[in-house]
Structures are given as structure tokens and as C-alpha cells.
Design a protein around this ligand. Sequence first.
Ligand code: RP5
Length: 246
Amino acid sequence: MTEAVKKGRRSAGETVAYAVAVILAGAVVAFVVAVVASFVGLPGAVTWVVVLLALAGFAYIAYRGSGDRAPAAVEKTGPPSASAAANMREERGMGDAPLVGIVMGSQSDMTVMEECATVLAGFGVPCEVVVASAHRQPEKVQEWASAAAERGMRVIVAGAGKAAHLAGVVAALTPLPVIAVPIKTSDLGGLDSLLSMVQMPSGVPVACVAINGARNAAILAVQILGTSMPEYRERIVAMKREMAGD
Ligand code: RP5
């Protein structure tokens, strides 16, 4: 029913391919070193030491590179890395369980909402993406939103267009903070979505970002996580430093 999005980590296949590629490169360098050494007449023992050092160096690079991969968008923000955040989650026994749930009213919202998943992945935040319409699939929405907190999620991002009641319905069903993303529409340009989300009646709030503001929704979700998880707060600090040109 739901599709887990776990970006920012190498798959087993990628890890093996990476290690094989680096070791092969090491073997090539070792071969070249051996040829050059014999050409210049180095003693055999010295040649072997140089070859073994070259192989050990490449094996070390393969070992260091075989773990998590920080997507390019976040590598720019500098440490702490996405893999550091993943390691801290593992230390807490949280593994890759989704921390943020992304729900949207229609598959047609995905073109906007996928940016939210991409940005979260860049921060090393595991998330879950689900399409569930408040008016076409109310039972699915109820089931998913009611269980989200117990399943370990900390924030929900809800994107919908037109009479966009999805975020409000989800907010009614969960104690988690809900961030609404009003989707731009062909008839009213998304003002319909914006007003139906931002004008929630008192008592059931949703935070609302700009029309099609999926990126900001992701950043806000990371900031909320950062209030209790320092690894995410530090990544937000690093991102702000970079935006300021420091
Ligand atoms: C809402 O209606 C969805 O969130 C979407 O933005 C809009 C149009 O949905 P489709 O007709 O494209 O499925 O429920």
C-alpha cells in the first residue's frame, strides 16, 4: 500500500560494483608500479612493498566508500553527512524506519511532491510516500494517518490540489505536526488549494507552505526533526551557512 523511499544509501549491488571498480583500479596501478619498478631496476623487495602499499591504499578507499552515499544536493552543505545521520538512527535502533510521511491526493501531485522526497533524502531523512485521496479513498487515509505516529513517523507532509481537505483530514487523525503543500491548479492557480489548507478552523492546525512549496515543506520537516534530533539540526545549520555564503 505504501512505497518506502530510502534514498541516500548505496544498494548492495552498488556497493559491490563500487568495491570491485576500486580494487580493479588498484590492481591496474599496482601493475603499472611493478612495470615501472622493474624498468628502473628497483630491487624485488622494494617493488613488492610499493605494490602492496598501492593495493592497501585502494582497498582502504573501497572500504571507506562502501557505506552510505550522500546525494549531491546535500554534499554541498558539508558535515555532518547524511550517512552520519543514518548512523545515529541505527545506534538508536531506528534503522531506516520512515520519520516523515508524505501523502498526496492524486498521482498527478507526484510531479510536485517528489521534490519533497528528494530533499528529505538529501538530508538523510527516511520517508514514506503514499497516494491517498481524502474523498476517493477516505478509509485508506484514515488507516494510514491513524497509524503514522505509532509506526515511528514524526512529521507528515500532505500535498493536494483544489478543495484540498487532505491535510486537514490527516491532521484530525494524528497527533503529529502536518505540513500542507497546496498544489497549483489549472482553474484557480492553486489559490483554491492554498485557502482550503491555510484556513483551517481553530483547534486543528496545519502548517502551510507556498503553492507548490514541496521543497520548503521538506526543509521545515527537517527543522521539526531537528528540535529533538541534533544531527538534523546541524544539517540545517550547515545549509543556512552555505546559503549565506560562509
Ligand atoms: C486533488 O485533486 C488532488 O490532490 C489533485 O491535486 C487534484 C486533481 O486530481 P486528479 O484529478 O489529477 O486525480 O484530489
